[in-house]
Ligand binder design. Structure first.
Ligand SMILES: C[S@@+](CC[C@H](N)C(=O)[O-])C[C@H]1O[C@@H](n2cnc3c(N)ncnc32)[C@H](O)[C@@H]1O
Length: 258
């Protein structure tokens, strides 16, 4: 018999399509329970009803789990490395790059990459897929409207070239938007496409169990072409990359070996 929390996870998956079974239970349970207390909601079923009825409660739920927080050029030093070393290396082998932002949230990451390619590597052809498990964030990504906090780390030139300002908001240009193809994918369950040159999966696996992480990194390895790169978040180092078949191209950049 599943306990109340396990049943909540099953219902959450069935009703909202979010699968938290691979995430660390203590942190998740503590955050969810404290959120329910703050809302004075009693019982997981009541909370699910509320999230289904009122979108702001669903978004607040995702926010509280820090599941969908993002920003443009998150960890700018790593984006600088991507521009100065990683992409130049990749394009010595192919004039066409196949790119994937896995766990793209509200679009800041794939749009950062699209702008980098358009503005700094304009001769290089590329396709860019962005995926997330959550329809709501994908819809927000497609709308492409951001506040000043989200764009704070972005190179100023990109901001002036690729956005229009509407009041206090910044709206991404159609030129950038149409370079990104959004799809709904569950990284823990769905099959992956192959032959990627670069996969970004950043700040996604923080709540995954060690087993889910290990399996995911193996799937990413197989989805990359030989020499392709996996770009992870700054708290998401892979401890034994060689065991999976990666070597370290630079901190947070892993190259598929064979
Ligand atoms: C914190 S955001 C990271 C966004 C962006 N990559 C960044 O670094 O700013 C994490 C995203 O991962 C997504 N996510 C979590 N679990 C997932 C899964 N199993 N499959 C696909 N996406 C998932 C969430 O919906 C969320 O939008």
């Amino acid at each position: 018999m599943p306990d109340a929390y396990e049943k909540f996870l099953q219902d959450l998956r069935r009703r909202k399509g979010l699968d938290l079974t691979g995430y660390k239970r203590p942190q998740m349970e503590r955050r969810i329970n404290s959120l329910m207390r703050s809302l004075k909601v009693e019982g997981y079923d009541t909370y699910l009803d509320l999230m289904e009825k009122e979108i702001q409660h669903w978004l607040k739920f995702l926010d509280t789990l820090t599941i969908n927080v993002s920003e443009f050029y998150r960890n700018p030093n790593q984006w600088e490395l991507l521009e100065s070393k990683i992409i130049p290396e990749l394009i010595t082998k192919t004039p066409f790059l196949k790119l994937w932002s896995a766990g793209c949230s509200t679009g800041e990451e794939p749009y950062s990459l699209a702008m980098l390619m358009i503005n700094r590597f304009h001769k290089v052809s590329f396709t860019l897929t962005a995926s997330d498990i959550d329809d709501e964030v994908i819809n927000k990504a497609k709308a492409g409207v951001y506040n000043d906090k989200a764009v704070a780390n972005l190179p100023k030139q990109f901001l002036s070239l690729n956005f229009t300002q509407q009041g206090t908001n910044f709206v991404i240009s159609e030129d950038v938007k149409r370079r990104v193809k959004y799809v709904k994918r569950n990284l823990l369950r769905d099959p992956f496409d192959r032959s990627y040159d670069l996969i970004l999966c950043r700040n996604v696996v923080i709540y995954f169990t060690e087993e889910s992480k290990a399996e995911l990194y193996r799937k990413f390895h197989d989805a990359l072409r030989i020499g392709g790169i996996l770009f992870t978040g700054s708290t998401e180092q892979i401890f034994q990359p060689r065991e999976i078949g990666f070597n370290l191209a630079s901190s947070f950049f892993y190259r598929r070996e064979g």
